[in-house]
Design a protein around this ligand. Sequence first.
Ligand code: PM9
Length: 459
Amino acid sequence: MTIRDWAEPYKIKMVELIKMTSREDRLNAIREAGYNTFLLRSEDVYIDLLTDSGTGAMSDRQWAGLMMGDEAYAGSRNFYDLRDTVEEYYSYKYTVPCHQGRGAENILSQCLIKEGDFVPGNMYFTTTRLHQELAGGTFIDVIIDEAHDAESEHPFKGDVDISKLDALVDEVGADKIPYVCIATCVNMAGGQPISLANLKLVRQWCDQHDILLVHDMTRVAENAHFIQQREEGYRDTSVKDIVYEICALTDAATMSAKKDAMVNIGGFLAMNDAKFYEQACALVVVYEGLHTYGGMAGRDMQALAIGITESVQDDHIHARVGQVQYLGRRLRESGIPIVNPIGGHAVFLNATKMLPHIEQDHFPAQALAAALYVESGVRSMERGIVSAGRNKETGENYKPNLELVRLTIPRRVYTQAHMDVVVGAVQEVMERRDEVKGLRFTYEPEVLRFFQARFEQID
Ligand code: PM9
């Protein structure tokens, strides 16, 4: 792919100034933050690749949409626009707005999971698994083995291993499985897509066992792009049509609209079943807000409806994923070990390989993220043993095969020159990697510990 191949289909109308800091400033900042990049102040960050969540740049049309906010408590016209857009682009008949993805996960889990249930999924996601557990369920990983191997070049590492689903039914029975949860562009696997061929098999399996199929559609457009590029028979199908086809294979969805749909806040739960909708409406009023705004202002629902239409444009998604691929390829060419294939929203550094002198119990990915910040002001996120947390029954640390640092690219925000700076920064850390030290907890929160944990260096 040449550089012009993925050139941005937009021009910049407004900019936000960012601050350069000295190495000494950054050393102080990371110590104060307990070596946790979540605890840094954003004004101390130069290039912020912590997350692609809520950090995208809205278009002029989305900003115009904000001015069309109908802030009526009930029946806002923006809700109807959002509901109709969700049905037109994503196929789901009913929409329950929520403040963000985890709000939708809470309502979904409370509606469908009973104590002692099992929820299979194509790799865990932090907030998703926690809501399943809080509702009394246990998450079961049914993703193909290749997804746990950073080196595997499998083009669809998000695929489900149907034999793992069969084994679960044999063990616990179909009546203990309320639904199968399928994420598109699986975040924790490195932003890896599921193929339509595999999704169709999962659909058949669910029909055979009379089990619902729920879709974490947070990055569905990026997944659709990979299907268009890699799956036989889809080369001439638009991303918009592929997105629709994916969604139409599933019964319900949770959406963190802060990613694909490029709003700073928002999400929804969507479904086709009227009874499930009624149940979700009864709960949304308890946890989020009235069923016609959930956790969102009218103006935000309007910006979201517009963001959905922009997110599935071929030009947009080609440039978005193209920028991520550019960064990944440049890192790979300079000998940095990353997760292959390069994902849709982020490049994942393989901390196990970059810092072989730090054992997993001393949090190599956490240490690497801190070192990268000190070196360059680039903020990234740990996606390894800290994020994985502890088993709720045994209290033992989960020890994921993937010990990664995520360089997550916000949508429509940074330039190619910024990507080049990031490559240089990672190279510098690589050159001085022997100086990076392992960490231990000084504070470990009970749940979702990666957000607020604090560490100290082990000398
Ligand atoms: N993902 C991310 O940075 C933001 C917070 S967790 C570090 O990747 C999926 C696949 C997500 C996701 C959030 C959520 C939750 C659900 N599913 O953050 O609550 O990637 O809107 O969505 C984050 P909310």
